[in-house]
Write a protein that binds this ligand. Structure first.
Ligand code: IDP
Ligand code: MG
Length: 170
């Protein structure tokens, strides 16, 4: 079995419902290690890039609002982004996450237990989970910089950035 890594997001509905701990506990059953973690206020651009494969679907606009937490607002308009690594990680994590449609998901999976379908028809399914290795690579590179992950899981290069401004602690 190959060692894989993938992106998991605890979506704004998971944050709002205070499910972070429950979800992390369930995911820990897979015995994977966390190699990156951060809280992210999702920009429209990031949301659209993350879900670009669904851009022609009728629910795309609502999906972008959902992952940005627009329905909930402050202080729930954020996600917890995690990179997990382990043997056969993608299949095992997707099994724990459950099917995309929370009504069809195994009732003891994360989505089956905690998800719902909104009156507007968006599947609020609490977590995102990369579905294959190429999607995982694309998503991890979209959400994380190399130095935000504890090891360089993909090739890196050094570039010189000139006149870059940085915010530091005063
Ligand atoms: P996945 O999250 O299980 O990989 P995708 O097809 O990649 O499923 O869809 C991304 C997200 O878009 C889903 O998690 C869900 O929130 C939403 N979504 C997908 N399909 C539908 C649909 O048919 N109706 C409403 N929302 C959907
Ligand atoms: Mg997907």
């Amino acid at each position: 079995m190959a060692i894989e890594q993938l992106l998991i997001l605890i979506k704004p509905d998971g944050i709002k419902k205070s499910l972070t701990g429950n979800i992390l506990t369930k995911l820990s059953e897979a015995r994977m290690v966390i190699i990156g973690a951060k809280v992210v206020k999702v920009s429209k651009e990031l949301a659209e890039q993350h879900y670009f494969h669904l851009k022609d679907r009728p629910f795309f606009g609502e999906l972008v609002d959902y992952i940005q937490g627009k329905l909930y607002g402050e202080p729930y308009d954020r996600v917890l982004a995690l990179v997990y690594q382990g043997e056969d990680a993608i299949t095992r994590m997707r099994t724990l996450a459950g099917a995309t449609n929370p009504e069809e998901a195994d009732p003891v999976s994360i989505r089956g237990a905690y998800g719902r379908i909104t009156t507007k028809g968006v599947y609020e399914n609490v977590v995102h989970c990369s579905s294959d290795m190429s999607e995982a690579e694309r998503e991890i590179k979209l959400w994380f910089k190399p130095e935000e992950i504890v090891k360089y899981i993909y090739p890196t290069k050094k570039i010189t950035v000139e006149k870059e401004e940085e915010i530091v602690w005063e």
